[in-house]
Design a protein around this ligand. Sequence first.
Ligand SMILES: Cc1cc2nc3c(=O)[nH]c(=O)nc-3n(C[C@H](O)[C@H](O)[C@H](O)COP(=O)(O)O)c2cc1C
Length: 337
Amino acid sequence: MDIKTIKTTAKEKFRGSCRVCPECNGVVCAGEMPGMGGVGTGIAFRHNIQALADCRLNLRTVHSVKNPDLSCRILGIDLAFPVIGAPIGGIERNMKGALTEEEYAVCIVSGCRKAGSIGMTGDGQVPLVFDSGMAAVTNEQGWGIPTIKPRNIEKVAEMANKAAAAGCPAFCMDIDAAAFANMISAGQPVGPKTIQELEYIKNHTAIPFIVKGIMTPDDAEACWQAGVDAIVVSNHGGRSLDHTPGTAEVLPYIAEAVKGKMTVLVDGGIRSGGDVLKMLALGADAVLIGRPLSIAAVGGGREGVEFALNKMKNELRTAMLLTGTAQVSDVSVEILW
Ligand SMILES: Cc1cc2nc3c(=O)[nH]c(=O)nc-3n(C[C@H](O)[C@H](O)[C@H](O)COP(=O)(O)O)c2cc1C
């Protein structure tokens, strides 16, 4: 298996819903929702890419780091490296049926597990989306993190408890889907949550609670006050609100507010092991990867996902050697130029 074959196969199977560009940067697919693009002008997606490109690494080779340690423990979950498969749902709508919802979830959950990572699964306007994720995770003895849309709090708790019963180590709610029109038009109400509502969900569930889609220090603080265990700094890959900044721009401010008090994850535009290292230096404990794993799943199935993750793992190891970083759990901001 090689990345060129994965991309060529993926391009055919996507049938135009993703052009599998040389750089996955949101330019060609701007505004394509349903599809793989960012919402509206698509600039929030492009800001994610630009913010990471603007962040540069210091090449340092006079040091004693010969064998960097990539392993980490996130919310009690042991990972071979600090990378998690992002939740992606609505495959039939967004990827022109390149895979079924069930097939996609299996590729992500099982491919991530094989690479020493963990995959997250999504939720959508039809029960098939969440159920496919749950089936894939159950098949892997609970090794996955189901994500639930910001539905009413009783419903979120009920769905989260299904994840707990399947043996999942955590569940997630993508709070930035609070105004998703496709959910509302399908009679699946979603909306913003108060601190008290977040507290309700936390108090009615037994496994760690991750809130995904946090873009300001105030929202991060509010999650911490509610007892949330982890946040994902994310703008949903630029698919929620047009004109948001890139996640690498806001991450340092959010990390300053809550790092050490709760786990800080981030996603958006991460395309290489070097990008992973940049996000760790900016304050993240681990990162999520979205579209690159969609391309890998469509082009190479679960082996494609495993391949893409292992490639990123090797790139991360190289970047650590070339910046003098011994451990992913202790990345210095000094490695940034
Ligand atoms: C087609 C598509 C569907 C998505 N579905 C979900 C979802 O169901 N739940 C969720 O939390 N995020 C969803 N996301 C957002 C991703 O989890 C992630 O935040 C984003 O893709 C990260 O950016 P990247 O693709 O540049 O890596 C989706 C993204 C795409 C492109």
